[in-house]
Write a protein that binds this ligand. Sequence first.
Ligand code: AMP
Length: 397
Amino acid sequence: MKILVLNSGSSSIKFQLFSMKNDKVLAYGLIEQIGEPSGQVKLNSIHHKEPITKTLHIKDHEEGIEIISSFLIDEKIIKGLDELDGIGHRIVHGGTVKEPELINDSVLKEIVSFSALAPLHNPPGLAGIKAAQAGAHKVPQVVVFDTAFHQTIPPHAYMYALPYELYERLHIRRYGFHGTSHQFVASQAAKELKKPLSKCNIITLHLGNGGSVAAIRGGKCVDTSMGISPLEGLIMGTRSGDIDPAILFYLAREDNLKAKDMDTLLNKKSGLKGICGTNDMREIMLGIKNGDERSKLAFDMFCYRIKKYIGSYLAVLGKVDALVFTGGIGENAVDVRLEVCSGLEAFGIKIDKSANAKRGNIHVESKTSNVKILVIPTNEELAIAKQTQHLIQQIRA
Ligand code: AMP
């Protein structure tokens, strides 16, 4: 079975083609700056060591899909897109939808209806779906929502203490994001714990340029740090995470800040970048080595916020089997893991300094730690491919 996974942004399409027989990636690539005068194309396949790169004008997502299709045909991986067994799409906001869905007209309408909640993310995702449908109209297409895994969160955790009417009329509530990643690493963690996922309590930390924490009880998500949008919660690369909302009223009065400026301020100019000028954790570590105080402050704030969430989710879950680190920072930043876990010994969370320092180690807890500390690489694309395959097989059966 061959499944193509597409992740479409406003001017980009990221793709991976999987052979589901052995979960092997046959081809992958990234098309960027769609609609700009010089679009960038980077294509890789099992037949090449180095990626094929091109610079050319790519009119729209449909032309992007044509580039991917021609590449896969030229590489003799498929004869045409219609040969694919399925296409899986990552869509950021799925409202209260709990499961992946086979795309049809009513699902498309559903995605449009969630666009008000994710105006930057859902419309480009929709453009990617329409382009893929035009290029491969015979292939079943599935949508996997980033919000789906969090839809088991109970009302007392997903409601904001605002007038109830706003929840009813505008659907203002916590939805959570990175769900595919939290679900994927939680199920990998259960394998490490040698227990069924339904018997595991886990705190998963997805720490990349965006970051979120999930509290998982018996395999089901019961709370997460992101909210109605991916802005709430942890300090991220360029996003503030939790702040006192009164800061915005103050800025509106003092600096005449408008809604659009607030959006840019909190999403693009804040977080690590806002504090020390870069959102790259590698540069921050280098800055600390060179004695840069702002880098140290950004690092300390970042780790402290994570620690506070771990504390609150320990209280939510009562008993925790594992703490899981994933994402670019979670998987690679040894010092972040060390700092986050330091001081949590009284809760049975004890990290082993030398195990933590060794790249590729999954278990980084000490022998006396009650809670396992795991470093598990996330693979959202493979998770989407598997969910797409599962749904298509269910429908065929
Ligand atoms: P992601 O969004 O998951 O790709 O993660 C991006 C983040 O991971 C950036 O902040 C990078 O600086 C960080 N990152 C990637 N590799 C490393 C590394 N070796 N050490 C520290 N941070 C890293």
